[in-house]
Design a protein around this ligand. Structure first.
Ligand code: DI6
Ligand code: FE
Length: 411
């Protein structure tokens, strides 16, 4: 359950005279309902469907909103971000423009570790202050739920500080926040290259403390040559499972270490990046119901050349989500709308796949499909109301925001 300090709306509100893209799995495609209406009671959807079918009892005493035939989608969900971080890495950006690869920058002591130094130097209030403008950019485009990872603290206190800052975002703004512990993101400077010793600290000290404080909704890891091996990730995931926490994984981003299949073996909520995933990994994900989270921002920004195997995922029946991966090193991206355009333009994902990827399928990647991600009765009234003539405009444009109004839990 997302932890937030804000309350849902009270009473009955009806949005009428609208075109609905419900994303309901009970309907084909985007689940479109023409001349539709949505009724919410105390912030939860009580009715979605043709306005003509609206129960009379709901309309009585309701606060009516005429949407002027605008389109309504579910509120958008950014299911993979490193939104809480300190400072920026524009200097490395210049290094890379001069020809250094992401891995060379990392080996030169730059990369994630430089963000670790910045995060450790910032207190919790400062982290929230630096993060809110990035969150506001997402909210301005209709995002109602955001996932936020730790991963720049890399010791018990700083990882907990990061996740407390993430939780506070849901107190400061009308938004739902899901958190993921990513202690297995990189090796901290003090580890002196001993990955096994650090992984043992992540699994045996940091993760139990984070879990005991209820700071994480899931546990994530970075399975990559420059990060952690499948065996080291398994050490962390075994502990997550023992603590009853679901897992997700940065997998097969720069090479094929079998990360997708590893994630599937643990019944992971999602495996993310996946540029180098093969048919074995795709089949394993489909069987396990692990969502593929596609992150075009990182692919674009580090000028990767290997595209994720979208057709393989389609053929295998893997559910696909799309997210910004907002982080200071490989994806300083705070536009989910632009992210959808990248997923379509760079990876040939369809409009339907992109829009489902930032709503219904993103909710599945966060294990909140019962709460939000579609316009269906029983879920939160998280809505985005758009000044568009057709849903494709949300994927087609680059750098334009047609949001008319955002509604979070009926507010
Ligand atoms: N893969 C990435 O692209 C980011 N983390 C990860 O596991 C990079 C994060 C950073 O460079 O700060
Ligand atoms: Fe990431």
């Amino acid at each position: 359950m997302a932890v937030t300090g804000r309350r849902a709306a009270v009473g009955t509100r009806i949005w009428r005279n609208a075109q609905l893209a419900t994303m309901s799995p009970a309907l084909p495609g985007l689940g479109i309902v023409e001349h539709g209406a949505i009724a919410a009671v105390d912030g939860k959807i009580a009715f979605t469907g043709p306005e003509a079918d609206l129960p009379a009892g709901l309309a009585a005493n309701a606060d009516m909103v005429d949407c002027g035939e605008r389109w309504i989608t579910p509120g958008l969900i950014d299911c993979h971000t490193h939104l809480v971080h300190a400072g920026n890495r524009a200097g490395e950006f210049e290094m890379r423009l001069a020809g250094a690869t992401y891995e060379e920058v990392a080996k030169a002591g730059g990369g994630i570790v430089s963000s670790v130094r910045a995060l450790r130097a910032a207190n919790e209030d400062e982290l929230v202050r630096q993060t809110l403008p990035r969150l506001d950019a997402l909210i301005a485009e209709g995002v109602t739920t955001v996932e936020v990872k730790s991963g720049y603290g890399l010791d018990a206190d700083n990882e907990a500080k990061s996740l407390r800052a993430a939780r506070r975002l849901g107190q400061e703004r009308a938004v739902s926040v899901r958190t993921s512990f990513l202690g297995a993101h990189a090796l901290p400077p003090e580890a002196a290259g001993d990955k096994d010793a650090y992984v043992a600290k992540v699994a045996d000290d940091m993760l139990p403390a984070i879990a005991a404080q209820g700071l994480a909704d899931a546990v994530d890891g970075f399975c990559e040559g420059l990060a952690f091996s499948p065996e080291q990730i398994s050490r962390v995931f075994d502990k997550a499972k023992a603590l009853g926490l679901p897992v997700k994984l940065h997998a097969d981003q720069l090479s094929n270490l079998g990360g997708a299949a590893l994630a599937a073996r643990y019944g992971a909520l999602s495996a993310d990046h996946l540029e180098y995933t093969d048919e074995h990994g795709a089949a394993a994900m489909a069987k396990a119901g692990t969502v593929a989270v596609i992150l075009p921002g990182a692919y674009y920004f580090i000028r990767e050349t290997k595209k994720p195997p979208i057709q393989l995922f389609r053929d295998a029946g893997v559910t696909m989500a799309v997210a910004t991966d907002c982080n200071p090193g490989t994806s300083p991206l705070t536009s989910l709308l632009l992210t959808m355009n990248m997923a379509a333009t760079l990876f040939s994902m369809t409009v339907e796949e992109c829009l489902l990827g930032v709503t219904r399928n993103a909710a599945a990647a966060l294990d909140i499909a019962g709460e939000t991600g579609t316009l269906e009765a029983g879920k939160w009234a998280d809505l985005a109301i758009w000044d568009i003539e057709r849903p494709a405009e949300l994927v087609y444009r680059m750098g334009f925001n047609p949001l008319h109004q955002r509604v979070w839990r009926g507010q």
